[in-house]
Design a protein around this ligand. Structure first.
Ligand code: CUA
Length: 335
């Protein structure tokens, strides 16, 4: 493997982070997901106890009072009418159970929603698009896509607060270990927050049907130790070096119209329809999780995104040969 290629691959992997590609809602790693998990477990215990009592009584009755050979089939069992005690019991007990579950749910949901951000909280805006995620870090002036970097937060000291909205239809973001399910709705801003306690890469997905590629609208939460996160921020803030002369690849980017949808900061390319490509090569995936970000995948994606993601809104480029080589080599400079 050539040295530049190796360097490229290493850069695409945040160092030493365990990847959780298979989601697991039984492993909550932040306060909101832990609250939801505990609430779910309590409700599971209550409904489980109800099931055990009802199924137990039913089984007991079926066995104890089953039909026997010497039973007189014309005789009805004793009928009970108008027992105030029994009627009061089966009215009051379910009402109490409903009140307990409603109360616990309300306390859990409001407890999470009412949490106010600590002064130094990180704020991130996420905008849903068919079929990818646009991510803004307003305080750092960073725009990226499909990959949310955030710091580990012990004792809520570096919690992250999110604002969600959508450019087109309703999407919903869920990363079961880290962040609860919240909708991204056009013309509306929803809020949520997290304080992940463990570093790692956590995969999640869009959980509201939004079109043909809904299933390939994946997202990754890259939870990093604070020092690593700060380094990522510094790297993302670096401007692209401005070449004294426009390279052949940049020219190709312009001629082929890539700039009409994609922005590269520090250049005249300022399209806002597709993902910002300023630090494209630092990202782990292409196409919101459909392909690993390798040079070969980048090439096949640029030639025809419809192959890996049929129905996505990026058209076939019809670029080939030397022109394609130039374009790809330009994209590979966006580190
Ligand atoms: Cu976006 Cu489903």
């Amino acid at each position: 493997m050539s040295a530049p290629l190796l360097a490229l691959l290493l850069q695409a992997q945040p160092s030493g982070l365990t990847e959780h590609k298979i989601t697991n809602m039984f492993n909550p790693l932040s306060t909101p997901t832990r609250v939801m998990f505990n609430m779910g477990m309590l409700e599971f215990a209550i409904t489980g106890a109800i099931f055990a009592v009802v199924a137990g009584l039913l089984a007991y009755t079926m066995i104890r009072f089953r039909k026997r050979r010497d039973d007189d089939s014309r005789q009805e069992p004793p009928q009970i009418y108008g027992s105030n005690q029994i009627e009061a019991a089966w009215t009051v007990i379910p009402i109490l159970i409903v009140f307990v579950i409603a109360g616990v749910s309300a306390r859990s949901v409001w407890g999470v929603e009412d949490a106010s951000p600590p002064a130094n909280a990180l704020h991130i805006s996420v905008v849903g698009h068919q079929y990818w995620w646009e991510i803004y870090y307003p305080a750092y002036n960073i725009v990226t896509a499909n990959e949310i970097h955030l710091p580990v937060s012990r004792n809520r000291d570096r919690a992250t607060y999110f604002e969600y909205t959508s450019k087109d239809v309703i999407h919903s973001l869920w990363v079961p270990e880290v962040i609860g399910k919240t909708d991204l709705i056009p013309n509306r801003v929803n809020h949520t927050w997290v304080d992940p306690s463990q570093a790692g890469v956590y995969w999640g997905s869009c959980t509201e049907f939004c079109g043909v590629q809904h299933a390939n609208m994946l997202i990754q939460f890259v939870v990093q130790e604070p020092a690593d996160f700060d380094k990522w921020v510094a790297d993302q803030q670096k401007a692209q070096p401005v070449p004294t002369e426009i390279s052949a690849g940049q020219k190709r980017f312009q001629i082929s119209g890539c700039w009409a949808c994609h922005e590269v900061k520090g250049t005249r390319f300022n399209g806002r329809i597709g993902p910002d490509l300023t630090h494209l090569m630092s990202r782990r995936e292409i196409g919101s999780g459909v392909l690993d970000n390798t040079p070969e995948n980048l090439r096949s994606w640029v030639v025809n995104p419809q192959q890996a993601k049929p129905g996505c809104l990026m058209p076939q480029s019809k670029i080939s040969g030397e022109n394609l080589d130039q374009l790809i080599s330009y994209l590979e400079t966006l580190k």
